[in-house]
Design a protein around this ligand. Structure first.
Ligand SMILES: NC(=O)c1ccc[n+]([C@@H]2O[C@H](COP(=O)([O-])OP(=O)(O)OC[C@H]3O[C@@H](n4cnc5c(N)ncnc54)[C@H](OP(=O)(O)O)[C@@H]3O)[C@@H](O)[C@H]2O)c1
Length: 274
């Protein structure tokens, strides 16, 4: 893992929460070296603090930061991307790879903003990257190839799992795995509340709910079995689980979750920058 990043020089433009998590993990795992990593932020005082935190040069000059970089990582907010691209447009070469995590910013927007035919990859990670259990989808732009995708995957594999999708699926990815942690937190909060209702101390109820969700997710990932099959294995005839399932069905949990993801996908489409 990460071999395709050995010796690569990386410039992180916008080392905020998301890019900071990734940069810190890559430095910790020694996949990137501090000598070959630079970053930028908008404010000088932040740059000084982050430089000490990450142990790499952090400045506010994007043009300076990308000089000699193999990979330019864009971590600024979506509405700032066009401005940053405009700033660096004459300085980026086709030998460099741009990876952007900006939500709702298509590869074409970055490609159009640059003077040369530069490879671009759009990534959609999620917040569990913070604990190494992230889910990131990658979609390549018109000038990127499988080697570029390998490099991007090597980066995001350090903080979780990676899938490669066609860019047309990025709104769906946004709605499912990028917004998804929020849905799961609501489910965990509700299960913990239920535990309290039936007499458990809150901390124990929260632990039971969270570890159960983690365990169930792990079984799905490791066995590859259909979730319905796994659910059936827990559901004893005339037992407790089937009574709970009847309540969930009456409360329309399934259709509610489906509709939530459909709505979020539509919203992601509306928010897309062009
Ligand atoms: N958080 C998530 O769950 C998540 C998931 C998927 C994708 N994303 C994407 O990740 C991106 C960043 O989100 P975030 O939550 O990490 O935001 P954030 O913490 O606000 O980070 C943005 C960073 O960009 C810096 N910045 C602003 N203007 C700049 C400029 N012109 N040049 C260089 N740096 C500049 C800011 O510097 P200062 O600190 O000095 O202001 C800040 O450090 C967004 O595009 C978002 O769509 C986030």
């Amino acid at each position: 893992m990460g071999t395709s990043l050995k010796g690569k020089k990386v410039a992180v433009l916008g080392a905020g929460k998301m890019a900071g998590i990734l940069m810190q993990a890559l430095l910790k795992e020694q996949i990137l070296s501090p000598q070959h990593t630079r970053a930028t932020v908008a404010h000088e005082d932040k740059a000084t603090t982050l430089s000490a935190k990450f142990g790499v040069p952090v400045g506010t000059n994007n043009i300076e930061a990308i000089k000699g970089a193999d990979i330019i990582f864009i971590g600024v907010k979506p509405q700032v991307v066009a401005g940053v691209i405009d700033e660096i447009r004459e300085h980026v070469t086709p030998k460099q790879l741009i990876i952007s995590v900006a939500a709702s910013v298509p590869n074409s927007l970055i490609e159009k903003g640059l003077a040369a035919e530069v490879p671009v990859i759009r990534a959609m990670p999620n917040t569990p990257c913070l604990v190494g259990a992230g889910m990131t989808a990658l979609a390549k732009g018109r000038n990127a190839n499988s080697e570029h995708l390998d490099m991007a995957a090597a980066m995001f594999n350090v903080v979780g799992r990676t899938v490669i999708v066609d860019e047309k699926h990025m709104d769906a990815v946004t709605a499912l795995s990028a917004s998804g942690p929020a849905y799961i937190y609501i489910i965990l909060e509700s299960l913990a509340e239920a535990g309290v209702k039936v007499g458990l101390p809150r901390d124990i109820a929260t632990l039971l709910a969270a570890q159960t969700a983690l365990g169930a997710a792990k079984v799905v990932l490791e066995t590859g079995d259909h979730p319905a099959l796994l659910k059936d294995a827990v559901t004893t005839p005339a037992g407790c689980t089937i009574d709970a399932i009847m309540e969930l069905e009456e409360g329309k949990l399934r259709v509610t979750l489906i509709k939530a993801v459909v709505k979020a996908t539509q919203r992601a489409k509306e928010l897309a920058f062009t």
